[in-house]
Ligand binder design. Structure first.
Ligand code: INI
Length: 162
């Protein structure tokens, strides 16, 4: 039996982090978590580029441009959608998750999903570096593993490296 899996070795890999400005109290913590985990896995600071967008809604479009550039081994998407009194946030969440998933599949680039979808600020804080860990870091480590897995899988499947 052979198992194909991705390592957590980041040296030589390039990552784009796309982060919204909306709810920056949360975003700054998720962003710190993502950068911290990548650099602790030997991704060089100069191999990480951060793109800022206004809100989570704008994440799929920048993800698509970045994916099309072919410059990065992976993308880490960071956002924080917090429900208000109306269903506004629900529409954002649905489109952002669908949009990022479709960019990832169509462009064949791993996108770590570090977009919080919470009912209130407390839930978001808990997931941004306190009780429930840091979802920015989780998204970054997933993007790193998937970047390495894709290389390993393509090699194993005899596919051209691209
Ligand atoms: N953007 C977020 O990132 N989080 C939110 O919670 C949010 N809410 O609730 O409104 C939000 N709205 C802005 C949206 O993402 C767009 O930036 C805006 O509609 C302009 O296109």
């Amino acid at each position: 039996m052979r198992t194909i899996e991705g390592s957590f070795i980041g040296s030589g890999l390039r990552f784009a982090i796309i982060a919204s400005r909306f709810n920056d109290l949360i975003i700054s913590r998720l962003l710190d978590g993502a950068v911290d985990v990548l650099t602790r896995h030997d991704v060089k600071q100069q191999d990480i580029e951060v793109y800022r967008v206004p809100g989570a809604w704008e994440l799929p479009l920048i993800a698509k441009e970045i994916a099309l550039s072919g410059r990065y081994d992976g993308i880490v998407a960071i956002g924080a959608v917090i429900r208000g009194d109306t269903p506004h946030a629900d529409y954002i969440c649905a489109e952002v998750s669908k949009g990022l998933a479709s960019v990832s599949l169509e462009q064949r680039v791993p996108i770590g999903f570090g977009v919080l979808t919470c009912l209130n600020l407390e839930q978001a804080l808990i997931r941004a570096g306190s009780k429930s860990g840091n979802k920015g870091a989780d998204a970054a480590i997933a993007a790193l593993e998937m970047a390495n897995l894709l290389t390993a899988a393509r090699r194993s499947l005899g596919m051209e490296e691209n």
